[in-house]
Design a protein around this ligand. Structure first.
Ligand code: HEC
Ligand code: HEC
Length: 282
């Protein structure tokens, strides 16, 4: 780790030990609406880390608190929107999501925890956004939503919420293995003018401060997250894009094979953590 800090130092990014900052309580428990979510868990055998930690653990007391109560959680405005959309007929089928799927609490339970998931139809892994747009175009006869549109963010948050508290459990063997390997390669490849890879920050330096931010393991179990900085929900791929831009790399596109592979790999690095959607971050 010392070596990694030196590398980061050389690239003009100030990284400092966390001692003395005291803005977060790393021992706090994530209890949402009376349910204790798993925000720390022992890593699977193959994992480079021993303990996996949710990004929530690293946030300030104030930001943490916003996620403990659904009335305080600003991500819930989008949930209300999605509940309406779920019941609204659209497209040439003239049907709503509910007409075909019924109660989302039953039909969509567990889905977020398995994302991205293999699609037999396409012969590739699909993110939750891909599944939703496939169903909209193939079944509902409606137009695909834009990746970062309010409707898509609301729907991924609403569907994700039906898995809240369930452990992240993505398939990484069989046909997924090739994609997982590709995601892993991307995670460890240095990019951009700062010549950094994801692991420099999220594996070698989590717990340390970078500028004014407390580095987490870069987990995706809380997505889509409500970021106070964005003032709205944002997708996993938006966050990946932001991290790549911060190291002055040319980011991949939302929905690209690269980001899907990376999402699969990063999701697998959080196996066993609870789905927290919609979570709150700074
Ligand atoms: C005309 C019927 C119909 C409508 C309307 C419809 N779907 Fe679907 N949807 C299906 C069918 C059929 C499948 C594939 C079989 C299955 O998984 O239930 C599916 C699959 C899905 C899946 C993947 C489920 C899984 O287990 O892999 C998601 C997610 C989904 N739909 C979301 C939606 C959303 C969100 C809407 C509304 C915007 C919607 N669907 C509207 C029929 C429909
Ligand atoms: C220069 C350091 C740096 C690099 C390199 C970096 N990130 Fe980040 N990342 C951050 C910071 C700072 C944050 C915000 C604080 C936090 O959650 O760590 C963040 C946040 C995240 C989050 C949100 C975590 C949460 O719980 O909300 C994800 C996911 C993420 N990064 C993934 C990646 C991926 C994938 C890569 C490689 C493409 C990457 N990051 C590269 C600094 C970095």
């Amino acid at each position: 780790m010392r070596g990694t800090v030196a590398i980061l130092g050389a690239s003009a990014l100030a990284i400092a030990g966390f001692a003395g900052f005291g803005i977060a309580d790393e021992e706090a428990e994530l209890v949402v609406e009376g349910e204790t979510l798993v925000s720390r868990v022992a890593a699977p055998e193959w994992h480079p880390l021993d303990q996996l930690m949710s990004g929530w653990v690293f946030r300030s007391d104030e930001t943490q608190a916003l996620q403990l109560d659904d009335f305080e959680n600003p991500g819930f405005a989008a949930i209300t929107l999605a509940e309406e959309v779920w019941e609204t007929a659209a497209g040439t089928s003239g049907k709503s999501c509910a007409d075909c799927h019924g109660d989302a609490g039953e039909a969509m339970k567990g889905l977020r925890a398995q994302m991205p998931k293999w699609s037999e139809t396409a012969g590739e892994p699909w993110t939750l956004e891909d599944w939703i747009n496939w169903s909209r175009t193939e079944h509902q006869g409606a137009e695909a939503w834009k990746w970062e549109s309010d409707e898509m963010l609301a729907m991924t948050a609403f569907i994700g919420l039906q898995s809240r508290g369930m452990p992240v459990n993505v398939q990484i063997d069989g046909p997924m293995e090739e994609w997982w390997e590709r995601g892993k390669e991307l995670y460890y490849t240095r990019v951009g003018q700062l010549d950094l890879a994801c692991y420099h920050c999220h594996e070698g330096n989590y717990g340390n401060m970078i500028r004014a931010d407390h580095l987490s393991q870069g987990q995706v179990n809380g997505f889509p997250v409500y970021r106070l900085k964005w003032g709205k929900l944002g997708s996993i791929h938006r966050r990946f894009k932001g991290c790549m831009e911060n190291i002055r790399a040319v980011p991949y596109k939302r929905g690209s094979d690269e980001f899907t592979a990376l999402e699969l790999y990063v999701a697998s690095r959080g196996m066993g953590l609870s789905v927290e959607t919609p979570s709150v971050r700074n």
